[in-house]
Design a protein around this ligand. Structure first.
Ligand SMILES: [Zn+2]
Length: 254
């Protein structure tokens, strides 16, 4: 992990590697049963495992993201999308100063995604390639989720609870599962006549959770973690080996 290197040891690894992983999360409510740091704990655990296995550079985690829609729940801390985009952009350009032109944002929070995509498009126009990986939208994780759980809830539901049971079991309050499930939403957000309404979480979920965390097990969490880890490792290898031409935008049609 970058924070553990001296500048002298960092110089060795920055000269050797093309890719840096940047874990990104949030500090926001995750129902009455999961910790506020859920999203960044998961992003961090995935990025650090990949760095350990592949020798990739792993930047310190960004623990606060775009979470204003959870603000009515105690302890949620957020920044605006503008601030988040600027911060992410400057982290990327400071890594570029040390020769890194390929970045994987290991994202743990859906609210960060539009900003990460926008920053990645802007960076690409400046010949810096970045991509956001999200474990819960990874098709191989979705497929596994389908097999493991009847309940499909994402935010603070079975899948996220299982991940926490696998990586930080001491922070999961199983005694609050019932409260989470009873006040949970059937899905994340509100759709009306085909439009997604601009609502805060408290408007559709009294407990802050989605569906039922009670199906979560340590074993399921380990399977999900390893499936996501495999994808992220493959993505890291691909990006490390990719030709510059394959990462740059195409030239104008003749
Ligand atoms: Zn989450």
């Amino acid at each position: 992990m970058l924070e553990n290197y001296s500048w002298k040891s960092a110089s060795q690894i920055f000269r050797k590697k093309k890719v840096a992983l940047v874990p990104v999360g949030s500090t926001e409510q995750h129902g009455p049963h999961l910790p506020l740091g859920t999203d960044f704990f998961i992003a961090c655990a995935l990025a650090e495992s990949v760095a350990r296995d592949t020798g990739a550079i792993c930047a310190p985690v960004i623990p606060i993201g775009v979470s204003a829609h959870h603000k009515q729940f105690w302890g949620t801390v957020w920044v605006s999308p503008q601030t988040f985009r600027q911060y992410i952009y400057e982290i990327a350009t400071s890594l570029e100063y040390h020769g890194i032109r390929r970045i994987i944002f290991v994202n743990g929070h859906g609210g960060n995604f539009p900003s990460l995509q926008e920053v990645s498009l802007n960076l690409r126009a400046e010949n810096l390639y970045s991509v956001a990986y999200q474990w819960w939208t990874d098709p191989s994780v979705i497929e596994l989720q389908r097999r493991l759980f009847k309940s499909k809830g994402s935010h603070a539901g079975a899948i996220e609870t299982a991940m926490l049971l696998a990586i930080r079991p001491e922070l999961v309050d199983t005694a609050s599962y019932k409260e989470a499930a009873e006040g949970a939403a059937a899905e994340f957000g509100v759709t009306k006549f085909g439009a997604q309404l601009p609502v805060d979480t408290l408007e559709f979920s009294e407990s802050g959770a989605t569906l039922d965390p009670r199906e979560a097990t340590v074993e399921a969490g380990k399977q999900i973690f390893h499936t996501a880890l495999e994808s992220l490792k493959n993505l890291t290898h691909w990006l490390e080996k990719a030709k510059v031409d394959d990462l740059e935008p195409k030239a104008h049609k003749s």
